[in-house]
Design a protein around this ligand. Structure first.
Ligand code: AMP
Length: 217
């Protein structure tokens, strides 16, 4: 049966970084809804144009649009073995829709690791974050600096600061998380598939904890 995992956590918790590690280890597809929106924005698709305003303000793109985009991605053949979802679901309505779409594939969400980081730390993390233009590899000027400033260690492409990693937007993204996404902690906890991971540790230690939780599930 296909294995689907949902990485939950506030913006800046390290979901993207960890998702890449886990996806590689288990040969799973990494689906980041934020990356899908950014790709659409870059290519100026209708979807990208629609999402742009919400993203710049740090708000959520409406559920129907987001759900359709993820459903389309999950339906592709490369997800037959499963996928690691990063940034989706972000509302209870999205979580319900995910469960319905996975049922269609005779599957379900196996485990929901919650990468937990206190709010004060998130602001510092996000505002020092640099993202690789080519593939979205993430660095931090203080906690995880690239070998050469402004250049991605992995693929040599340019690093840039995401528009929504600027301070005012960061604060709004955290508020939106608390109000709209944090209810998913109880949602998945009551379904007995949530596991809390201490996201304040080093990247390597968080990976170890995550992999151990997945092995145990
Ligand atoms: P991220 O890279 O996950 O922080 O996502 C960047 C932005 O894309 C978010 O601030 C939202 O505007 C939008 N976005 C990403 N995923 C979702 C989602 N599941 N639901 C609604 N909006 C989303």
């Amino acid at each position: 049966m296909a294995r689907f995992y949902v990485l939950l956590g506030p913006p800046g918790a390290g979901k993207g970084t960890q998702a890449k590690v886990i996806a590689e280890k288990y040969g799973l597809v990494h689906i980041s809804s934020g990356d899908l929106f950014r790709e659409n924005l870059k290519n100026q698709t209708e979807l990208g144009k629609l999402a742009q305003g919400f993203m710049t303000r740090g708000e959520l793109v409406p559920d129907d649009v987001t759900i359709a985009m993820v459903r389309d991605r999950i339906s592709r053949p490369d997800c037959k073995k499963g996928a690691l979802l990063d940034g989706f679901p972000r509302t209870p309505a999205q979580a319900d829709a995910l469960s319905v779409m996975l049922k269609e594939f005779n599957s379900k969400v196996e485990l929901v690791p919650l990468i937990d980081v206190p709010t004060q730390e998130l602001i510092e993390r996000l505002s020092g974050r640099w993202t690789c233009r080519a593939q979205g590899h993430v660095f931090h000027e203080k906690f995880n600096p690239p070998k050469k400033a402004g250049i991605c260690d992995e693929d040599g492409s340019e690093l840039y600061q995401r528009e929504d990693d600027k301070k005012a937007t960061v604060e709004n993204r955290i508020k939106v998380y608390t109000e709209q996404t944090a209810p998913l902690i109880e949602y998945y906890s009551s379904r007995k598939i949530l596991v809390k991971i201490d996201g304040t540790k080093s990247i390597g230690d968080v990976s170890k904890e995550l992999l151990a939780a997945i092995e145990k599930a």
